[in-house]
Write a protein that binds this ligand. Structure first.
Ligand code: ADP
Ligand code: MG
Length: 343
C-alpha cells in the first residue's frame, strides 16, 4: 500500500565510498562531504565527520583514528557508517533531528545481503521507512536516462572505491558488473609510480591532488604540456623533496587501472542482447561519479569501444538526485526500489 506522506520528510542519501550526499525534499542537496569519520579511541565517540575528518587523514595523534567506513564498496565498519550518517543528517538539517523521515539510500551494489538487512534494520536516523537502491540505478535516474522505457541504456559510475557498469531497460537492471578499481585505485597507482620511478613517498591527499590537477586519460596537446611539483618524502635520504612530474607520466601510472575499466565496459556490452547493444551504440554510454571528471576519460572510452560517451551534467550528484527523483515520482518509479522496511 502506498501511504500518503509529507514531502518534507523525504530524504535521499548517496552513501558513497568516497562522498556522502544528502538531499532533503523542498531544500535540495543540503550536504556533500567525504565519507570519513574520526573516532576518539579513549571515549569511542565521534571526534569529527566529513570534511573535518578528511583533513585529519594521515595526521592523527594516537588516540584518534580516521576511518573510511565504506572503503572498497563494502561496509567495512558498520558502527562508523551509522555514526557518520547520523552526524551528516543532523548537519544537513541545520543541526536538528529529522522527524521520522522516509529514506531512499543509494548503496554500492557490492554491499552484501547481510549488510543490506543490517542497514535497513538499523532504522537509520530514526527513519520511518528505509528503501535501498543500487547506485547504478540511482545514477541512471539522476543522469536523466529514460530508464522506464523499453530501450537499453548504459550507465558507468566511476566512484572512489568501485566502478559500476549497468545496462538498464524498463526499470530493471538487465546486466551489471562492478569492479574495485576507481578513483582510490588511481590515487594508489600514482603513489606506487612515484615510489618506483622517483623513490618518493607521497600521501593519499597529494596523489589525489596530482590526479585532479594533472591526470588525463587520453592524449591531448593542451593537457600534455602540463606539469606539477609534487612534494613527498625521499626514500634514500628520508627528507622532504619536491619532484616535477608530467601529465604523460601520470597517464602511464594510470594505464593499467584505466584498461581494466575499459575491459569491464566491453565485457558488459558483449553480454547484452543485440537489441540492447544497438540501443546503447545509438544513444551512447553515460558516465557518472567523481571519476568521470578525470580529463579525457570519455574520449578514451569512446575510442576503445567505438561508442560515444557522455558525462552526466552533475556527475557527483547523480546518485542523490536519482534517490530524490524516486521519492518525488514514487508512483512511477517505486518499482526500482529493491527493498523496503517500515518502522
Ligand atoms: P563515491 O560514489 O564512491 O563516493 P564519487 O562519485 O564521490 O565516489 O567520486 C569520488 C572520486 O572521484 C574520488 O576518487 C575523487 O578523487 C574523484 N574525483 C573527483 N573529482 C575529480 C576530478 N576532477 N578528476 C579526477 N578525479 C576526480
Ligand atoms: Mg557513487
Amino acid at each position: 500500500m502506498i501511504r500518503p506522506f509529507n514531502r518534507a520528510r523525504n530524504v535521499g542519501i548517496d552513501l558513497g565510498t568516497a562522498n556522502t550526499l544528502i538531499y532533503i525534499a523542498g531544500k535540495g542537496t543540503v550536504l556533500a562531504e567525504p565519507s570519513v569519520v574520526a573516532i576518539d579511541l579513549t571515549t569511542g565517540k565521534l571526534a569529527a565527520a566529513g570534511e573535518e575528518a578528511h583533513r585529519m587523514l594521515g595526521r592523527t595523534p594516537g588516540n584518534i583514528r580516521t576511518i573510511r567506513p565504506l572503503r572498497d564498496g563494502v561496509i567495512a565498519d558498520f558502527d562508523a557508517t551509522e555514526l557518520m550518517l547520523k552526524s551528516f543528517v543532523e548537519k544537513g538539517n541545520e543541526g536538528r533531528r529529522l522527524m521520522a523521515p522516509r529514506l531512499v539510500v543509494g548503496i554500492p551494489s557490492g554491499v552484501t545481503g547481510v549488510e543490506r538487512r543490517a542497514l535497513r534494520d538499523a532504522a537509520l536516523v530514526g527513519a520511518r521507512e528505509v528503501y535501498l537502491i543500487d547506485e547504478p540505478m540511482a545514477a541512471a535516474i539522476g543522469a536523466g536516462l529514460p530508464i522506464t522505457e523499453p530501450v537499453g541504456t548504459m550507465i558507468v559510475d566511476i566512484g572512489g572505491g568501485t566502478t559500476e557498469v549497468a545496462v538498464i531497460s524498463l526499470c530493471g537492471v538487465v546486466k551489471s558488473e562492478s569492479l574495485r578499481v576507481a578513483g582510490d585505485e588511481f590515487d594508489d597507482a600514482i603513489r606506487r609510480y612515484m615510489k618506483k620511478v622517483h623513490s618518493l613517498l607521497i600521501g593519499e591527499r597529494t596523489s589525489e591532488e596530482a590526479k585532479v590537477c594533472l591526470a588525463s586519460a587520453f592524449p591531448s596537446d593542451e593537457h600534455d604540456a602540463l606539469s606539477l611539483e609534487v612534494c613527498g618524502l625521499h626514500m634514500a635520504s628520508g627528507l622532504p623533496r619536491t619532484v616535477t612530474i608530467s601529465s604523460g607520466e601520470i597517464r602511464e601510472a594510470l594505464g593499467e587501472s584505466l584498461a581494466t575499466i575499459v575491459d569491464l565496459i566491453k565485457r558488459t556490452l558483449e553480454g547484452t542482447s543485440p537489441e540492447l547493444a544497438s540501443d546503447i551504440a545509438e544513444r551512447g554510454i553515460m558516465l557518472a561519479g567523481g571519476g568521470s571528471r578525470l580529463k579525457g576519460i570519455s574520449d578514451l572510452i569512446a575510442h576503445e569501444t567505438g561508442i560515444p560517451a557522455h558525462i552526466a551534467e552533475n556527475p557527483l550528484e547523480c546518485v542523490v538526485l536519482g534517490c530524490a527523483r524516486v521519492l518525488e515520482d514514487y508512483g512511477r518509479l517505486s518499482r526500482v526500489l529493491e527493498t523496503q522496511i517500515s518502522n
